[in-house]
Design a protein around this ligand. Structure first.
Ligand SMILES: [Zn+2]
Length: 270
């Protein structure tokens, strides 16, 4: 490239630059694009000022804003230029109600309920196995459930009462039961009425105070699903023999306190 062409090229660039400057002078400044016209120091001044000014605006309430004044300002991201000049805070964090799924919310609700009511069955100390044979336990050794009449041995009663608290938190009422501890005499009456559908007297886990029968409607729909999901968490199961296709009669309402049954009960009987 010779000197003449270089001079022409320099003149050409100067002329183009002058044309650009003239064009910029005629364009009115856009309020959302201040970088096109504001000197850099003005932008910085606006950003610095806004960290103090924003908490006073309606858009950011005290204690709830994302901007802080003073020394703390360096620790948080500066607002974008759009945010700074319009006062509109742009957030990308979803609110807690959207971030949490239903299961998490329900578990939190149950946990809160359980912590508020630490004694699920007042008057029941949750003591273990009472003396006596199947169906011949002293009722004074058992704990009375929320129904006011049904009884279970202490540990089973305590755990089903905890389950009931969770059930109440979910459905707003108590779990409906028809049977708990059953005396030998009661089991004999039941056997004479129901035949093969009732356990041999002396071989029922009801006789150890380790089984309950749900009201039949509880085993269906939303409550049935809830109990299947939550019963085992509290140590209660609908035993294998009572399942559809199990070795015994189909009894979706019959639930047992598994640990007690495995230690002391009739694992295979109703
Ligand atoms: Zn039963």
């Amino acid at each position: 490239m010779g000197p003449e062409r270089a001079a022409v090229s320099a003149d050409s660039r100067r002329a183009r630059r002058e044309a650009e400057l003239a064009a910029q002078a005629q364009v009115p400044p856009h309020p959302l694009h201040p970088r096109r016209w504001l000197p850099r120091f003005a932008v910085l001044a606006a950003l610095a000022g806004i960290t103090v000014a924003l908490p006073l605006t309606e858009n950011v309430s005290p204690g709830n804003g994302t901007f802080v004044a003073g020394a703390q300002a360096a620790a948080v991201p500066l607002p974008s230029t759009v945010e700074a000049l319009t006062g509109v805070v742009v957030t990308t964090t979803p609110p807690p109600a959207i971030a949490a799924d239903g299961t998490t919310a329900l578990r939190a609700e149950v946990a809160a309920s359980r912590s508020e009511e630490r004694d699920p069955l007042p008057g029941c100390d949750g003591a273990d196995r009472p003396a006596g044979a199947n169906g011949q336990l002293r009722t004074s050794d058992l704990c009375t459930l929320w129904t006011g009449s049904l009884q279970l041995r202490g540990d089973a009663a305590y755990s089903i009462a905890e389950l009931n608290l969770a059930f109440r938190a979910r459905f707003g009422r108590d779990l409906c039961l028809t049977d708990g501890y059953r005396t030998l005499a009661e089991q004999r009456v039941l056997k004479s009425r129901k035949g093969g559908l009732a356990a041999v007297p002396g071989r029922s886990n009801h006789g150890w105070g380790l089984a309950i029968d749900l009201c039949s409607p509880e085993t269906k729909g939303a409550t049935g699903r809830w109990i299947k999901e939550n019963g085992p968490i509290y140590g209660w199961e609908n035993p294998d023999w009572a399942l559809s296709g199990g070795s015994g009669p189909f009894e979706p309402w019959h639930w047992e306190y598994t640990r007690g049954v495995m230690e002391d009960g009739e694992y295979y009987s109703s």
